[in-house]
Design a protein around this ligand. Structure first.
Ligand SMILES: *Cc1c(COP(=O)(O)O)cnc(C)c1O
Length: 349
């Protein structure tokens, strides 16, 4: 691992920050008479402020993910983690980030909100990473590279060796968004992120864990990076209801659900190419499949008529002709296939 001073990448105002300390930071008592935070004394069940450090939740996530709690940041969705990373490392109006294209739109939105330039580097024809082109796009103000793996919307995962090779050649932070890692055979980089100074891994409880409504994003990084992110986040970023309900959900065993989605993905990927209007079914390591078809807008409208909503990616650079279809329950996927059969018949007549 290279000698790397992460603090040299951090905005000076963030390095100088003395974070807001909450009333309860000074004592960690859970029993007593709390007259410190101007809360209501009437027990509604929700009258006390939540734990700003999410200690109990983080210790459960630590067990589930096999990563020390000190290497975990919990955000109000991955969106918050992406925004906090932007605010820790990127000086508005000066710094830039490098992102792949096509990929998740939130990186660009977060950068634009923070007045940070985005340098997009196209993936190759097969949605492969062009590491040399990404490094060539960098200058001395490039603070982060954002790589989504498995990538949304293409669905493919990049190899560990490619990603580690990229991090080794980059003098900034490599952020790997593993939102779909549970559906992939490619191993997670979250353990590397705990020790490698310039690798950060994002995950989420929104997808395989089925908690999209609770808004919980995870970030794995060195203790130093986690500390910086924690000093920038809102103190009570994860509300008490989300912490409580997530703890309950994290007791579930999701392996059956994940393996059924994976087998449905394989089944769909086998059936889709049989339709005459399907030009290409891209390899997926996620819970969705990108499909290139003859008339994406027409097919999209047809599915919508049947009450089936997919994501039209036709207008996205690199995705011309493509729809992105989430793998649903077996019965839902059957309805999709029936609708596609009706569409094919209608085109032949
Ligand atoms: C769905 C998704 C997420 C999850 O975002 P949350 O804010 O945690 O719900 C993150 N990254 C990518 C690429 C996604 O597709």
């Amino acid at each position: 691992m290279k000698d790397f001073d992460i603090d040299s990448l951090v905005r000076p105002n963030i390095l100088a920050l003395s974070p807001y300390s909450t009333a309860r930071d000074e004592c960690d008592k859970t029993l007593g008479i709390f007259l410190d935070a101007n809360e209501s004394p009437w027990p509604s069940g929700w009258n006390r402020y939540p734990d700003p450090h999410q200690k109990v939740l983080k210790s459960r996530i630590s067990e589930v993910k096999g990563v020390p709690a000190a290497n975990i940041f919990v955000g109000n969705g991955s969106d918050e983690a992406i925004d906090v990373l932007m605010r820790v490392f990127c000086e508005p109006g000066r710094d830039n980030i490098v992102a792949i294209c096509p990929s998740y739109g939130m990186y660009t939105v977060a950068a634009q909100i923070n007045n940070v330039e985005v340098r997009e580097v196209d993936l190759d024809e097969e949605f492969g990473l062009r590491a040399d082109a990404m490094l060539e796009a960098c200058d001395s103000n490039t603070k982060q590279m954002l790589v989504c793996s498995p990538n949304n919307p293409s669905g493919n995962a990049f190899s560990t060796s490619e990603l580690l090779g990229l991090a080794a050649r980059f003098n900034g932070l490599l952020v790997v968004d593993e939102a779909y890692t549970d559906f992939s055979d490619e191993p997670s980089l979250r353990w590397e992120a705990c020790t490698a100074p310039n690798i950060v891994v994002l995950q989420t409880l929104s997808k395989a864990w089925g908690m999209a409504a609770l808004r919980l994003g995870l970030c794995f990084a060195t203790e130093r990076v986690i500390g910086l992110m924690s000093s920038v986040k809102y103190p009570y970023n994860i509300n008490a209801a989300a912490q409580k309900l997530a703890l309950e959900q994290l007791e579930r065993d999701i392996t059956g659900e994940v393996s059924e989605i994976r087998s449905e993905r394989v089944r769909l990927a086998g059936i889709l190419p049989e339709f005459g209007f399907v030009r290409r079914v891209y390899r997926s390591d996620a819970n969705f499949i990108l499909v290139k078809v003859d008339d994406p807008d027409g097919l999209y409208a047809h599915l919508l008529e049947d009450g089936i909503i997919v994501r039209n990616r036709n207008k996205v650079r690199g995705c011309a002709g493509c729809l992105r279809i989430t793998v649903g329950l077996k019965a839902e996927n059957e309805k999709l296939i029936e609708s596609l059969e009706r569409y094919e018949k209608g085109r032949i007549c």
